[in-house]
Design a binder for this molecule. Structure first.
Ligand code: FPP
Length: 246
């Protein structure tokens, strides 16, 4: 268990060909807690701390977009106290973020249907969106009550509604993508999943078409700046062909 971690080793990252957009499935909080004889909630609290450090590091090395999976449409199946705890962590994080955003110049967006979250969370989300409009720095997207299939169906519905309203018109990739939560944001270049599982679990299903996937056994609370550097180094070794033969 690494409770006290060292400062970022930015020197170890190669700044040529950095991914513009990194997305992370923050997995392994529960197992981390279990391994350390702690309740699952302690794993999420440690996971939130890791998120803060990783987000700061990504901003510092010049990553333009960071998208994290904080709570999926399927996570409501978990025991109510665990769900409540994660929501509280989000609230706490947003309170802090609002205070720091002016200094950090970070933009924050939420992917997912946030209309069913608590009024307090919705208010904080609105506030961060309002502040974000003023900045052009690193953009952090937090996926809450998010599911890739849900997002695709929602976009299809919105497209169909538009076509019906305008009487005609076409539904192409461009029209469709306008209705995704990620509208206007480049697709993730690199998707990282700690925690040992090798699947996408309904994360960014549309946007991940050409993402490089990186899996590691490290549990999310143990994830450090060094692990980000390792994932980036692996990304830089990959040959992205997008269906071409080069
Ligand atoms: C997956 O690990 C993690 C979650 C479902 C919650 C992630 C939430 C946070 C990191 C904290 C809140 C986030 C922010 C942005 C402040 P798991 O519980 O499925 O782990 P396990 O597979 O080991 O059980």
């Amino acid at each position: 268990m690494k409770l006290f971690r060292s400062k970022p080793k930015a020197g170890a990252v190669n700044f040529t060909n950095l991914p513009r957009h990194i997305a992370i499935i923050m997995d392994g909080n529960g197992r981390w807690a279990q391994r350390n004889g702690l309740p699952r909630t302690a794993g999420h609290a440690a996971g939130a701390e890791t998120f803060r450090r990783v987000a700061t590091y990504c901003k510092d090395i010049g990553i333009e977009y960071l998208t994290v999976y904080a709570f999926s449409t399927e996570n409501w199946k978990r025991p109510a106290p665990e769900v409540q705890f994660i929501m509280r962590l989000l609230e706490k994080y947003l309170w802090e973020a609002i205070e720091k955003m002016e200094k950090d110049r970070v933009r924050m967006k939420f992917f997912g249907d946030v209309s069913i979250l608590s009024e307090e969370l919705q208010r904080l989300i609105e506030k961060t969106a309002e502040i974000s409009q003023r900045y052009e720095g690193c953009q952090v997207n937090i996926c809450v009550n998010y599911g890739g299939r849900d997002e695709i169906i929602r976009a299809a519905r919105l497209c169909a509604e538009e076509v019906l309203k305008d009487g005609g018109g076409k539904i192409g990739m461009e029209e469709f993508e306008k209705h995704l939560y990620s509208s206007g944001i480049p697709d993730p270049d690199l998707i990282i999943r700690p925690g040992g599982e090798q699947r996408l679990s309904n994360f960014l299903l549309y946007q991940s078409a050409y993402s490089e996937l990186y899996f590691t056994d490290t549990l999310w609370p143990d994830f450090t700046e060094r692990d980000i550097n390792k994932a980036i180094a692996e990304f830089q070794r990959r040959n992205r062909r997008y269906g071409d033969i080069k």
